[in-house]
Design a binder for this molecule. Structure first.
Ligand code: C5J
Length: 225
């Protein structure tokens, strides 16, 4: 079965059996005060609208029995997977590995790397800790997708122009078709979100497609009824 989604720049044909939802880094370090996003000087409230939209996407995928993948940007406690160039860049209030109000910044197992309650993984859903911005770098994601016959990714998460865009580009280069749900992603800089969506779907979907949440839900419903 193929769902036809009213997307930009043109209809996205989504094979029901070969599609997974991937939610990027919906973790407290980016969405709550006191985490990595705030330490970089950002207003974390700007990302909040993505939480409800990602929650709706999760409910839709779970109801359809389609696979769901969650990622977290999280380093090993000894930071052996965090290059100094990443840790030492800029002048944040707290660096990766420093102790903050939600535990050590971007370190696996700390409160800051927990996915927010509204998007919490359900039993059986894959959760990937990734050391980079992209979800394919130094993770088992590509193998998991290949082993499970997944050719198509529906994408949400934060932030649009960093980890979401990097993951879309990595996926595109590996031959996956990607559809980014517009309300399910946000940036600390709204202008960056707008231009990232434009870049993704420019030149005949050079990186992928985007669509609204309601267009996605209607396209899927048409396919099932
Ligand atoms: C950032 C992310 N912005 N998840 N990470 O450092 O987008």
């Amino acid at each position: 079965m193929i769902a036809e989604i009213d997307a930009r720049p043109f209809t996205f044909r989504m094979p029901i059996d070969g599609t997974a939802l991937i939610l990027i880094d919906m973790q407290r370090d980016f969405l709550d005060p006191g985490g990595f996003g705030a330490a970089l000087g950002n207003d974390v409230c700007l990302l909040r609208p993505a939480v409800a939209a990602c929650g709706r996407l999760l409910a839709t995928f779970r109801a359809s029995g389609m696979p769901v993948i969650h990622t977290r940007e999280a380093h090993r406690p000894d930071l052996s997977d965090c290059p100094p160039a990443k840790r030492l860049r800029g002048t944040p209030l707290l660096r990766i590995g420093d102790e903050g109000p939600m535990g050590r910044i971007l370190v696996a197992g700390e409160a800051g790397t927990e996915i927010v309650t509204e998007c919490a993984p359900a039993a059986g859903e894959l959760v990937i800790d990734k050391p980079g911005k992209g979800a394919f770098y130094n993770t088992g994601l590509n193998r998991y997708l290949g082993d499970n016959g997944i050719t198509t990714l529906v994408v949400g998460g934060v932030t649009t122009e960093v980890c979401v865009q990097t993951t879309l580009r990595e996926a595109n280069d590996r031959g996956y078709d990607c559809l980014l749900i517009e309300e399910a992603t946000e940036s600390y800089v709204p202008e960056f979100k707008r231009v990232t969506l434009d870049m993704i779907r420019a030149q005949g979907a050079i990186v992928g497609w985007t669509c609204t949440l309601s267009a996605f839900e209607s396209g899927l419903a048409r396919c099932f009824h």
